[in-house]
Design a protein around this ligand. Structure first.
Ligand SMILES: Cc1cc2nc3c(=O)[nH]c(=O)nc-3n(C[C@H](O)[C@H](O)[C@H](O)COP(=O)(O)OP(=O)(O)OC[C@H]3O[C@@H](n4cnc5c(N)ncnc54)[C@H](O)[C@@H]3O)c2cc1C
Length: 368
């Protein structure tokens, strides 16, 4: 097999940016296209939490372990501060608007958790849990790829040009203008259904969550809190202190149709207010903290919960890489490296790609 010369990567989230990065490490010069900019969607708004072994026993285990190690290697190579990479502890807690929680306590609370919350279990430490700043991580990989010869293009991918006889990829239409291509990588996250207008693909959909970033200092301790509201509703609230005096809080699922433009994705005022209030239930400092950012994003999901990483059946030259759900920041480096190997070596050499083969799921097209 001859490695393709002209590779177009559609979507500059963590998956597209990591693919561009690993391709350029091998001397390829891909085109990376995004309708907005790198990290415009979930890859700029996620928590950025990384875990070595929280996917044990699932098809994602190897991908997660390789990726966790690659995150550390990237931090060594590109600078931990630049990526916002740091090891952290992880703690499970129970919290509630009202009522005595002492029967759930197994550990003393860290000092900053001074609300109606009790520490229950340590679930990660510096060897197994870490974080990156997802926006810094994604934009740095895209910048490094560009510095090594990739071309970053701002534009809407609106079609593929396929060879009439073989069905193979011949070009990518960007804002109506065709770029010749021997290979295309579809890394469109929850916007993958747009590409189902051009070729048959397995179903990918997005689930929305709100998050807030508050200005407060807290130690490097991620908190996963089983929270009971005053009306009895239960949810898991996730609290991630970041370097530089901010704390990211998520855990509020929302509903809403995915707009074409990631800039139009916003949380509801109710979700933002609720997250701030619940933060205050955990910590007085968080309750008083200023709101630095209020965001929302969509996780890309497949029907079986396993990402799609591999060739699109029946469309030579097309590779899909998406559906990473809640672990797309963690799993982006090993995914990008696998896709670069599929393109340059004809198959993934670093990891067994079988669990992620798009051919395992039925594929369909959307009319229009
Ligand atoms: C609240 C929240 C918290 C999360 N926390 C974590 C976490 O702690 N750890 C973790 O590992 N994961 C986390 N995730 C999951 C993670 O954010 C996603 O899995 C990951 O960002 C998906 O990356 P992606 O590159 O596939 O897609 P995206 O980041 O969605 O990127 C897709 C890109 O495609 C572009 N695009 C779309 N259509 C077109 C088009 N027609 N033409 C050109 N460009 C187009 C968009 O502009 C976008 O930039 C979280 C997600 C959410 C919502």
């Amino acid at each position: 097999m001859t490695a393709p010369d002209r590779i177009v990567i559609c979507g500059a989230g963590a998956i597209g940016a990591a693919t561009a990065y690993f391709l350029t490490r091998r001397g390829a010069r891909p085109v990376l296209v995004d309708r907005a900019r790198p990290a415009a969607a979930a890859s700029g708004k996620a928590a950025g939490f990384l875990a070595l072994d929280w996917n044990t026993g699932t098809p994602l285990d190897g991908l997660a372990r390789e990726s966790f190690a690659l995150h550390r290697a990237l931090a060594d190579e590109l600078g931990a501060e630049r990526l916002g990479h740091r090891p952290m502890d992880a703690l499970m807690t129970a919290a509630a608007d009202a009522g005595d929680l002492e029967r759930y306590r197994r550990l003393p609370n860290p000092g900053w958790l001074d609300g109606n919350v009790v520490a229950h279990e340590v679930i990660g430490g510096p060897a197994t849990t870490a974080q990156v700043d997802p926006r810094a991580f994604t934009t740095t990989l895209a910048e490094e790829a560009v510095a090594a010869g990739a071309e970053l293009v701002t534009g809407v991918v609106d079609g593929l040009v396929l060879d009439e006889a073989s069905g193979a990829v011949r070009g990518v239409s960007i804002d109506g203008e065709v770029r010749d291509a021997d290979a295309v990588v579809l890394a469109l996250g929850p916007w993958t259904p747009q590409a189902q207008r051009w070729i048959p693909l397995p179903q990918v959909f997005g689930t929305k969550s709100a998050s807030v970033v508050l200005g407060a200092d807290a130690p490097a301790q991620a908190v996963f809190s089983e929270y009971v509201a005053g009306d009895g509703r239960r949810s898991t609230i996730e609290i991630y202190p970041r370097a530089g005096g901010t704390v990211y809080i998520s855990g509020h699922p929302e509903h809403g149709t995915l707009p074409d433009d990631p800039g139009e994705i916003a949380p509801t005022d109710a979700a933002v207010g609720e997250l701030r209030r619940i933060a205050g239930v955990h910590s007085a400092a968080l309750g008083d903290a200023e709101l630095v950012a209020a965001t929302a994003c969509y996780r890309p999901l497949t029907v079986d919960g396993v990402p799609l990483i591999g060739p699109v059946p029946g469309v030579p030259g097309a590779i899909i890489a998406t559906g990473h759900a809640s672990w797309g920041i963690l799993n982006s480096p090993a995914t990008g490296r696998m896709v670069s190997e599929m393109l340059l070596d004809g198959r993934s050499t670093s990891l067994d790609a079988t669990p992620f083969d798009p051919a395992r799921l039925p594929a369909g097209r959307i009319a229009g």
